[in-house]
Structures are given as structure tokens and as C-alpha cells.
Design a protein. Structure first.
Length: 144
């Protein structure tokens, strides 16, 4: 399995190591199940780890299809490109540019850190960002 999942309040956090088609399907199913359990929209946080290999073309296309299919059950989708420096900035800018012309542009936010997500999503999740960060850190989901 190329990912780990943790849930805090209405937030589902996925930390990807290496993505496969099967993993994308499994995570999509998990988000849908979490939505059914909550009975309200999910705040989905997708974190790509520094050093992860880039997904191949089939996986990238599956990621977009999966995100599009999840839009009805999501309050927001945050994509964290957890890579520093120039390359991290390039990856975030490229993804943000692609989203501008897609159906996902209004619900997806590309950011550089989990802390940025917690700051932006505090109102959506109705939880203290420091408490959420502590829980995610204890579960090995937060870096830094």
C-alpha cells in the first residue's frame, strides 16, 4: 500500500508514498465511506511526500477522474506538495495552473504544507488547528 490514512473530525488525510491505480480506487472508496459515516461533506487532504516518485500518466489521469467523482462529497480538497525549494514551487504552480482550466478549480487548493491547510481549513473542520496537528503528528501523518 502506497499511502496512509488518518481521520480527524471531518478531515480525512492521506499521505502518499507512491501512488498506484489500486490505491487511488481504494482511497476514493474510503473517502466515500467516510462521507456516509459523517453525513456531511469531507475535507480531504492529499499529501505527496518529498522524495515520492512522480505518478505515471495512467495514475495522473486516474487521480483527476477520482477527484472529479469525489467533488459532490467534499467540502474542500487540499493538495499538499510537501517538497521544498524550486522544484516544489514548480510542481505546485503546474498543478494550480492545470486546476484553473478543470472542473476542480473551485474546490481544490494546492498548498505547500499541512500547517497551511490547517490554517485555511480551521473553519471547515470546526476544530483547533493545533489539536489537529498534534493528532496527525502522533499518527505519523505530519512533518516538520
Amino acid at each position: 500500500m502506497g499511502y496512509r490514512v488518518n481521520k480527524v473530525g471531518s478531515m480525512l488525510v492521506v499521505r502518499w508514498q507512491d501512488m498506484t491505480l489500486g490505491d487511488i480506487t481504494a482511497v476514493r472508496d474510503e473517502v466515500n465511506q467516510f462521507h456516509r459515516e459523517l453525513g456531511k461533506p469531507v475535507v480531504y487532504v492529499s499529501i505527496t511526500e518529498d522524495g515520492s516518485k512522480p505518478p505515471d500518466d495512467d495514475v495522473r489521469k486516474a487521480m483527476v477522474r477520482s477527484a472529479e467523482s469525489l467533488m459532490p462529497v467534499l467540502a474542500k480538497l487540499y493538495v499538499v506538495i510537501d517538497t521544498g525549494g524550486f522544484m516544489g514551487s514548480v510542481h505546485r504552480s503546474a498543478l494550480a495552473g492545470m486546476l484553473l482550466v478543470s472542473k476542480l478549480r473551485n474546490k481544490v487548493k494546492v498548498v505547500k504544507s499541512l500547517d497551511e491547510v490547517l490554517s485555511l481549513a480551521a473553519g471547515d473542520i470546526g476544530l483547533d488547528p493545533n489539536s489537529v496537528r498534534s493528532q496527525l503528528s502522533a499518527a505519523g501523518m505530519a512533518t516538520g
